[in-house]
Design a protein around this ligand. Structure first.
Ligand code: AMP
Length: 224
């Protein structure tokens, strides 16, 4: 991250913490469309890099497919490059970063990003597993579907762009189990890290998308 001596702009950062499948991406996308937030998803960045077979993409593909964490240095560099180009005072949601103690420490030292609040989307594990294993996505535009809650068209072609609808490799049952374990071991300790700084706000993520969105808005506006 840029050093403190570098001075520079302050981005108003909200971190979304929560297990895979807790709805971070869904909620962040809505806030970016309606409430002026820039949504930075490290998972989306990595999937784009893999799709384009960039140098980073080739390096991380197998790691992402196994549901493990990409090395901290790679992730810190990626997110730093995205943060540095944003205008002063921009409101940002970090979705999927930080995911480990070294990442959280790097973010805390950033001179451009100020973590104002950390929202923890709490969802029971049984619900997470159902959400993740039923999830499907369009291979073209990324639109999300779910075999039970939001079924894709029968021909498995996206109704938005006609591309094929697929299951993410890391949404298969075995990889989901691994992702949840990685989350418990490496990411969950960050809850305490931010709780100690009085930045952690908890939300029940096991309810309707619109209900969670309303609570999020209340919480973000109430913590300025
Ligand atoms: P997500 O879409 O957030 O579930 O991320 C998909 C995958 O990308 C994860 O299972 C990791 O392999 C990788 N990934 C995303 N963000 C990070 C991060 N901050 N640190 C390490 N790996 C990450």
């Amino acid at each position: 991250m840029p050093s403190l001596e570098a001075g520079g702009v302050s981005l108003d950062v909200t971190v979304f913490l929560g297990a895979p499948g807790s709805g971070k991406g869904t909620q962040a996308k809505r806030l970016s469309e309606t409430a002026g937030f820039v949504h930075l998803s490290t998972g989306d960045m990595l999937r784009a890099a893999i799709k384009n077979q960039s140098t980073v993409g080739k390096k991380v593909q197998a790691i992402v497919d196994r549901g493990e964490l990409v090395p901290d240095e790679t992730m810190i560099e990626l997110i730093e490059a995205e943060l540095e180009i944003l205008p002063e005072n921009q409101k940002v949601i970090l979705d999927g970063f930080p995911r480990s103690a070294p990442q959280a420490e790097a973010l805390a030292k950033s001179s451009v990003a100020v973590v104002k609040r950390v929202v923890y989307l709490k969802v029971p594990e049984t619900v997470l597993i159902k959400r993740l294993t039923g999830r499907r996505m369009c291979s073209g535009c990324g639109k999300s579907f779910h075999m039970i809650y939001f079924p894709p068209p029968r021909d498995m072609r996206c109704d938005h762009c006609q591309s094929e609808i697929i299951q993410r490799k890391d949404d298969g049952e075995d990889v989901v189990a691994n992702r949840l374990e990685v989350y418990r071991e490496q990411t969950e300790p960050l809850l305490d890290f931010y709780r100690r700084q009085n930045k952690l706000k908890e939300i029940n993520g096991d309810s309707q998308i619109s209900e969670v969105q309303n609570k999020l808005l209340e919480l973000i506006h109430g913590s300025n």
